[in-house]
Design a protein around this ligand. Structure first.
Ligand SMILES: Nc1ncnc2c1ncn2[C@@H]1O[C@H](COP(=O)(O)OP(=O)(O)OP(=O)(O)O)[C@@H](O)[C@H]1O
Ligand SMILES: [Mg+2]
Length: 425
């Protein structure tokens, strides 16, 4: 059994979803874009390939010798820390260039000073990205208090010096591409701080910022921040999207990857009968075309199948494989029904019978509904569950009560107690 790993793709050779043309398009768009800075937003839902697209783009930029920086904002909890860390990460990179060391170091000190002044409190705990050793921070602060720091009382001064340093680093036509991944994994305050510091401190530098984020999460974050201030304003003002619009000049929405593409990328990982069309149709209906969800499913399915075979003492037939796949989908996507099945394994058959009757004689739908046991009523209008279990001409069939019981035991052995494990397998 081969496991599918969930790491972002970094090499064009592994780009099974064919992101290459999008990378080329984005690359062409920012290669000569003026004026800078420019902020690109790469938007997509959970586990759909944002980090991978960024990594593939980074790969392309490196080939073209365009300097890049990768920044993980969620490593820094507190909001002052996160913008200081962003500055320090950029400065640490510039420091490596001959002739820029002094300037970068001076700016790094100034950034530290600014962040302390902005309310970080104890300087020693500041994450400086390695430019300034934490032991030196206190001495440095004392020195700065009388000297350079005065210059930086004006934030503009810092901004200008920073701009000049970046220009020296990349050249007058060059650009520094800063990837900011997983902004949505930060606390809402930190995410907003990153966005605001892009405007505030880096406002004139020759940088291209590439932000990858789940738009729904970030819209919620921004709305949260401004929610109170705008509580009587119209919806579009309150919307976080309106705020993001001001920051992101080039939005890119990650295109959906087709289920067929996912199937061909992952099929060889499925233990036995990887070419079973009904199996894949079941997954399409049950899980949709989300790459991460599908990968996790394939891993868990393979393991559950192995455990089932060990428990039964023999390999299982096709009907069992399909029913086990359906049960795993139920467990991850229809958890309430899974709990009900665990308590009463006959519910599978009862619900399927109801769905089928309603499909056959829709005119009697009210009657069928009345005959459905109360605990199954909440599932009567669940179309995805119906599409999964009572699929016309579908091969899943109804497992016997015994099979449901033994499959539930298998699934629990594979994925742990129901309440402990994550909802998405
Ligand atoms: N172009 C690709 N070719 C093959 N596999 C890919 C490709 N892009 C993404 N994947 C796979 O899809 C999964 C999700 O990818 P990735 O981590 O890039 O998504 P994400 O949108 O950044 O997720 P998150 O929302 O957690 O940040 C990973 O397992 C990754 O290996
Ligand atoms: Mg990611």
């Amino acid at each position: 059994m081969r496991l599918l790993t969930d790491n972002p793709v970094t090499e064009p050779a592994d780009d099974a979803f064919h992101f290459g043309p999008y990378v080329s398009m984005l690359h062409a768009a920012v290669e000569r874009a003026e004026p800078l800075p420019l902020t690109v937003g790469v938007f997509g839902s959970w586990g759909t390939g944002k980090s991978s697209l960024l990594r593939l783009w980074e790969h392309r930029l490196k080939e073209k010798k365009v300097p890049t920086i990768w920044f993980n904002p969620w490593k820094y909890d507190r909001k002052v820390e996160v913008w200081a860390a962003l500055l320090h990460t950029i400065l640490a990179e510039m420091e490596t260039k001959q002739g820029l060391r002094e300037k970068a170091l001076r700016l790094a000190k100034a950034a530290t000073w600014l962040s302390v002044r902005a309310g970080l409190g104890t300087a020693a705990s500041l994450a400086t990205g390695g430019v300034v050793k934490s032991g030196d921070v206190d001495t440095m602060l004392t020195e700065l208090a009388e000297g350079d720091a005065e210059q930086y009382r004006q934030i503009n001064r810092f901004e200008n010096d920073f701009r000049d340093a970046v220009e020296e680093f990349v050249g007058t036509d060059g650009r520094l591409v800063v990837f900011v991944d997983d902004l949505d994994r930060c606390t809402p305050e930190s995410a907003m701080t990153v966005l605001e510091s892009l405007k505030l401190f880096l406002g004139e530098s020759r940088c291209v910022f590439v932000l990858a984020l789940d738009l729904d999460v970030l819209a919620a974050v921004a709305t949260n921040k401004f929610g109170d201030a705008f509580k009587d304003a119209p919806a579009e003002v309150v919307s976080g999207l309106a705020y993001l619009d001001k920051i992101v000049q080039l939005p890119f929405f990650l295109p959906d990857v087709s289920f067929e593409t996912l199937r061909s990328a992952f099929a060889s990982y499925v233990v036995q009968r990887e070419d079973d069309d009904d199996f894949w149709e079941l997954l399409r209906r049950g899980l949709g075309a989300n790459p991460r969800r599908l990968k996790r499913f394939v891993n868990v399915f393979n393991m559950a199948l192995g455990i089932a075979a060990a428990q039964a003492g023999s390999a299982q037939d096709r009907a069992f494989r399909l029913q086990l796949a359906a049960l795993l989908v139920i467990r991850s996507r229809h958890r309430d029904f899974f709990h009900l099945l665990a308590a009463d394994p006959t519910s599978w058959e009862t619900l399927v019978t109801f769905f089928r009757r309603r499909q056959d004689t829709p005119e009697k739908r009210e009657q069928h509904r009345l005959a459905l046991p109360t605990e199954l009523d909440p599932f009567a209008d669940d179309r995805t569950l119906e599409a999964l279990l009572a699929w016309r001409g579908g091969p899943v069939g109804v497992p016997s009560v015994e099979t449901v019981r033994s499959m539930i035991t298998t699934v629990r052995t594979t994925t742990g107690p129901d309440r402990l494990s994550a909802a998405d397998l």
